[in-house]
Ligand binder design. Structure first.
Ligand SMILES: [Zn+2]
Length: 312
């Protein structure tokens, strides 16, 4: 009797039915595991939140799947524009989701918009990509340089991720990605080298700095600049996360959703009837890199590139 009663609750609150069953969704009593500033705001998950989380988790590439070990729902009511985040200075395998986000849960409560839920999934894959980069940084030979950390706006010395946070399977996957792509100098260094190789041909722009005006660049121009989105153009680490997020979640966006909500890069690639034009070659190369890394899977690659995946 007790077992029968207990089973549905347990099934609602873990991710055993997903492709990443190891991911632990924290409950209120797990407050000791989250950053101290969020301990009072940690909430146990609701069934609808877990259902959406499973949907997002199932879109992760194999490396990102193994990298994320924990998810916490935080009631961050003071910052309703924040959907999710992760932190490079503590619990580096943990993705935080804002249960008070207007972009997400208000719509859910109203039985609402598929676009809001798709955006939340995009944000989750984005944050999971940051976690995957940290897993790689914990195993790569080179110490990450300034500006290569996943929250670039925090200045000062950083702590390299502790590889023992992750299990053997994650370590094996990370090591095989590092070896396959020759990432001895680090994953971000390799990404910047790739970007610069296109920039030197005049087929990508410099990363936008803090003075850059988001409004001044049309959404569709970011792809031609070599970036997944305006946000991705800010820094390599965000470029990786944005491109992975938009590629993976493309099928969740309905045809009527605004282009800006679906990511400039995938929209631009999918609009091409024939081969990839020069101005989108950088984005295409970056998608191939993410696929080989395991940050996205084959389905995400094909969703973003369209047209028979356009292998050269
Ligand atoms: Zn980010």
């Amino acid at each position: 009797m007790c077992l029968l009663l207990a089973f549905p609750a347990a099934a609602e609150f873990n991710l055993s039915g997903s492709q990443c069953p190891h991911i632990q969704v924290l409950h209120r009593q797990d407050a000791g595991q989250v950053h101290e500033q969020y301990r009072g705001a940690l909430e146990s998950p609701q069934p609808a939140q877990v259902r959406d989380l499973v949907r997002a988790v199932n879109l992760l590439g194999p490396l990102s799947c193994l990298a994320v070990r924990r998810v916490a729902f935080i009631n961050l009511a003071a910052e309703p524009e924040v959907i999710g985040w992760s932190m490079a200075d503590s619990a580096q395998d943990l993705v935080y989701l804002n249960s008070a986000s207007q972009a997400l849960w208000d719509n859910l409560r109203l039985d609402g918009s598929p676009t809001a839920r798709a955006l939340a999934a995009q944000n989750f894959v984005h944050e999971a990509s940051h976690v995957a980069v940290r897993l790689l940084q914990s195993r790569q030979r080179a110490e990450p340089a300034d500006g290569e950390w996943s929250d670039v706006r925090v200045k000062g010395p950083r702590q390299r991720p502790d590889p023992s946070l992750w299990g053997d399977a994650a370590a094996r996957q990370a090591d095989s990605s590092i070896e396959a792509l020759g990432l001895d100098r680090g994953v971000i260094r390799a990404w910047v080298d790739l970007h610069e190789s296109w920039r030197s041909k005049g087929l990508a722009a410099a990363y936008y700095d803090d003075a850059w005006d988001h409004e001044a660049t049309a959404e569709q121009d970011h792809a031609a600049n070599g970036f997944a989105s305006a946000y991705g153009g800010q820094a390599p680490i965000e470029d990786i996360a944005e491109l992975a997020g938009w590629a993976a979640t493309r099928p969740l966006f309905t045809a009527g959703a605004r282009t800006a909500y679906k990511g400039a890069a995938c929209e631009a690639l999918r609009a091409q009837a024939g081969s990839i034009p020069d101005e989108l070659a950088a984005i295409h190369a970056k998608l191939r890199f993410l696929l080989r890394l395991g940050v996205i899977d084959q389905a995400a690659f094909e969703n973003c590139t369209g047209r028979a995946a356009r292998e050269p």
